[in-house]
Design a binder for this molecule. Sequence first.
Ligand SMILES: O=C(CO)COP(=O)(O)O
Length: 251
Amino acid sequence: MPVRRRIVGVSLKMYMGLERTQHWLHAVADMAASGLPADVDLFVIPSFLSLSDARTIFAGSRVAVGAQDVFWEDAGAYTGEISAPMLAEAGCRFVEIGHAERRRIFGETEDMISRKIDAAVRSGLVPVLCIGEAAKAAPEDVVLDCMAQFATATAGIEKTATVVFAWEPIWAIGAAEPASADYIAAVARGLREALASWPNMRLIYGGSAGPGLLDQIGDAVDGLFLGRFAHDTDALRRVLAEASNSTATSA
Ligand SMILES: O=C(CO)COP(=O)(O)O
């Protein structure tokens, strides 16, 4: 079984304006210059408008950049949309697809998500596919629910594709605390087994994640997907250190 590198992602969602984002990006770049462990990958997903700043600020560093969404067509008369080739040209390596907020607020369907995954892979981007259960349930039921969503989303791509599976229980997003360590470990174990035929898949947990969580869950996941609790770059530095300290995962 391959050892999977640890990976931590941060989505800034729509929390910060452009100037505040610039300050945050600089702080992350400074932190990465001295404190990004060699065995941990980091990707940062600002708003579309800050992608250019992120590319400049992270140039020459090990911090990868991603986008929060993508349209499924490569070019054409699609007012307001942004394509995967554009994102690749803008320096993105990752693209987030199917976040719970996009599904709930913007009505993204499983078919739309699947087409976005295809578009991302077609352009050489790594999809960060967000999948989660609506309510807390028995771990085996959560695994079945999430894997059904996953199967639809990835129906058009090869199993050898490089994908980040961001398991984000919907009920834990924007909450005071993440899901419990036991719950995360039990679901993650089931997801890993179900994803065994995807050699280039990394499984990360998101939903009110922050410092201290990886220390509790150990090698259950390959990393974390952070939201609010990475706005403080010192908290992000602590998460990266914990990612490095926790045992590398074998699938
Ligand atoms: O949705 C998330 C990351 O995509 C998690 O956000 P929070 O950590 O702010 O709950």
